[in-house]
Design a protein around this ligand. Structure first.
Ligand code: ATP
Ligand code: MG
Length: 681
């Protein structure tokens, strides 16, 4: 096994200032350099489901490559006649004329193929209750739900709003909608009645599926009251509300409108024949996380979305469905919970774990207990969770046997190299609860994608790519990602710029619900004939892609365009730091100045000014003087969305001494007061 652990070095790249005559307008400085590389073990490579040939094959004929995946991974009721129709950009049609049923592909066909007894879902409730669904059982539940929804008048094309916790009924509901051709619109269970109302109205939903409530940190947490409030004023289109009994708390009941799941779905017939829907039939609407502003209702359709989801799930996680136990920790309220919990794993016939609650309930080892119990072999989570575990300390996961893990995934934000190394060592390297270490820790796949892209776009292939801590690295086979300058020209290796997609891809969004103009303006107007994602990125010396954060968050310090991610990563590389967020604050002399907010690790001592100075100097040493934070504040928490992403615009308000703006999309709106208070001390 070739493994290079020479460590990360830094250069004062800030000294490579522009001379005004450079052929490229450099959009972002390239500050942080990473030399560590981890090639797959010979064993892993030999058993991996994909090989490097996939890149060349896709390059030779991209639509043909995807057509092949579509026919291999899905069972079509009617074959398509054309892989891609791109005659009316940016409105793509994939697998034209084909007909396919998502639920049939996720369920019935596995049962028909003799896999009915394979476990589809191991459900673990927060209070410790468990349920297991085989493919045969899950198929039956989905058929019943499809019959129940149809009996309530839900027909093909109608919209269904889903406001459920992370319980099997969420997956059952989505698949039942897909089965009958109804369009689901999931609203994250943590969102308010207002957010729910506006999404119900935007989609003109006919049915709402919800639960009495769920459990959060050991306590019942209600959902139904928000639905009641959202529907309290007339003017909406909802006819019925189906309610799953989950936590048994009292609920208000609107006769004629509200129905228990147990009285409708459970009593419905378990016979239901799935018919194919057009490949471009709308599958779902989902609103983005709202990290940068007002959420957009992203529309996805059927054939292309399912194909790219299933392909990437298989290739990027090296899925062996007969033996793997897969666990994606994302809530069904986010796109990851759609693509990589509901659709792709079931299409691929995988066995997966689903967990309802928080990582610290009833104790901070809960996730690792679950990994040990179900022998999870593929774990897919977010950097925010990894950094939280770093903050809590490695002695917690070290107490469990995590030796079953063989692939680790990351999504949602850049994973700082230090968090990546921790993930590799502590989780991927664990060979038993007595501190044993694996010779070959599990490979990490950092996956870049968005609600809009529907499926993973940039990620290593674990049996092929030598991985680098902190980089998503290479566009997947069949995906044409590039980094360009202000003028839309590709940047050279070693330079930073804007992340774009140059060619249509199967799971691309088909629009913003009800607003085709906003679709064009938001994604297709910045660069001609390219999709612009809103993220900054760089290509390193090998041409690998590094995500540098939102371009809206880029700082301009004395004419240098600095990304948030690299400075944050430099801070996280200090042994005392668990998490960091960096913003640019208006500054009289330099235009903007770097202001850093830092959370210390559980075992780190805060020596006040001394610690602050040490951390500022650490950034200076790792990256260069230009990136050294002018101000550095140690805080107990950071403002994050419900999906765990840091909301930098609110920190910028604090740094510039303003009242903070709209904090309603935060997981905990009280955080802003906490931060302000800790700063006053
Ligand atoms: P909004 O678009 O409403 O501001 P959002 O962008 O947070 O919300 P999502 O679609 O959930 O909504 O997130 C996609 C974004 O998450 C990407 O544009 C990128 O900024 C970030 N992201 C996702 N995966 C990665 C990754 N592996 N590395 C770096 N950034 C990532
Ligand atoms: Mg976005």
């Amino acid at each position: 096994m070739s493994q290079d652990t020479t460590g990360s070095t830094a250069t004062a790249a800030a000294s490579t200032a522009h001379n005004g005559q450079a052929p490229h307008v450099e959009a972002l400085e390239n500050l942080l350099h990473e030399n560590r590389k981890f090639a797959p073990s010979a064993d892993f490579a030999a058993n991996s489901v994909t090989s490097a040939d996939a890149y060349g094959e896709a390059e030779a004929d991209r639509p043909a490559f995807w057509a092949k995946q579509a026919r291999e991974l899905l069972t079509w009721d009617k074959d398509f006649t054309e892989a891609l129709d791109w005659s009316n950009p940016p409105f793509a049609k994939w697998f034209v004329g084909g007909e396919v049923n998502a639920a049939y592909n996720a369920l019935d066909r596995h049962v028909e193929n003799g896999l009915g007894d394979r476990v589809a879902i191991y459900f673990e409730g927060e209070p410790g209750d468990t349920r297991t669904y085989t493919y045969a059982q899950l198929t039956e539940e989905v058929k019943k739900a499809a019959n129940a929804f149809e009996s309530l008048g839900v027909a093909k094309g109608d919209r269904v709003a889903v406001y459920l916790p992370m319980i099997p009924e969420a997956v059952i509901t989505l698949l039942a909608c897909a089965r009958i051709g109804a369009v689901h619109s999931v609203v994250f269970g943590g969102f308010s009645a207002d957010a729910l109302r506006s999404r119900i109205e935007d989609a003109e939903a006919k049915l709402v599926v919800t639960a009495d409530g769920t459990y959060r940190r050991g306590k019942p947490s209600a959902l139904k009251p928000a639905v009641d409030e959202a529907l309290s004023k007339p003017g909406h289109t909802v006819q019925n509300v189906v309610v799953v009994k989950r936590n048994g708390e009292d609920v208000n009941w609107v006769e004629g409108r509200d129905l228990w799941w147990s009285d409708t779905v459970d009593k419905a017939s378990n016979e239901h024949t799935a018919v194919g829907h057009d490949s471009e039939h709308p599958l779902f609407i989902l609103y983005t996380s709202g990290t940068t502003g007002k959420p957009k209702g992203i529309l996805h359709t059927t054939g292309g979305y399912l194909t790219q989801g299933a392909y990437t799930h298989k290739a990027v996680f090296d899925l062996h469905p007969e033996t793997d136990v897969y666990w994606c920790t994302a809530d069904v309220g986010w796109v990851t919970g759609h693509s990589y919990v509901t659709y792709a794993p079931l299409i691929n016939g995988a066995t997966q774990v689903m967990y309802e609650g928080t990582p610290d309930s009833p104790h901070q080892g809960r996730w690792w207990e679950i990994v040990e119990k179900y022998k999870v072999s593929i774990l897919y989570t977010a950097p925010t969770a990894i950094r939280t575990f770093m903050k809590w300390g490695r002695d917690i996961p070290d107490k469990y046997d995590l030796s079953s893990i063989r692939v680790l995934g990351s999504v949602g934000e850049s994973i700082n190299p230090e968090a990546w190394m921790w993930y590799r060592d502590v989780i991927g390297g664990n060979a038993g609860k007595n501190g044993e270490k694996k010779d070959n820790p599990a490979p990490i796949v950092d996956t870049w994608w968005q609600t809009e892209t529907g499926a993973q776009m940039i990620a290593p292939l674990p049996g092929v790519t030598a991985t680098k801590p902190g980089s998503a690295q290479v566009p997947l086979p069949g995906i044409a990602v590039d980094v360009v300058d202000e003028n839309g020209q590709s940047v050279a290796n070693g330079e930073g710029g804007y992340l774009v997609v140059r060619e249509p891809w199967p799971s691309m969004l088909r629009g913003i619900w009800g607003d085709p103009e906003r679709f064009k303006d938001t994604y297709w107007s910045r660069f001609e004939a390219m999709y612009f994602a809103g993220d900054g990125a760089k290509k390193d010396e090998d041409g690998d892609v590094w995500l540098l954060g939102r371009v809206d968050d880029v700082m301009n310090v004395s004419g240098h365009r600095l990304s948030t991610t690299e400075i944050e990563s430099a801070l996280v590389s200090h042994p005392s730091v668990a998490e960091a967020a960096v913003v640019g604050a208006a500054d009289e002399t330099t235009g903007q100045a770097v202001v850093a907010f830092v959370i210390l690790r559980g075992d780190a001592v805060n020596n006040g000014d001394e610690t602050v100075l040490a951390l500022r100097n650490h950034v200076g040493k790792e990256i260069g003087p230009i990136a050294k934070p002018k101000q550095l504040l140690i805080v107990p928490e950071l403002p994050k969305t419900r999906s765990g992403k840091i909301v930098r615009r609110l920190l910028k308000d604090i740094a510039e001494g303003r009242d903070t703006g709209d904090a309603t999309t935060l997981a905990d709106p009280g955080i802003m007061t906490q931060i302000a208070e800790s700063l006053r001390k």
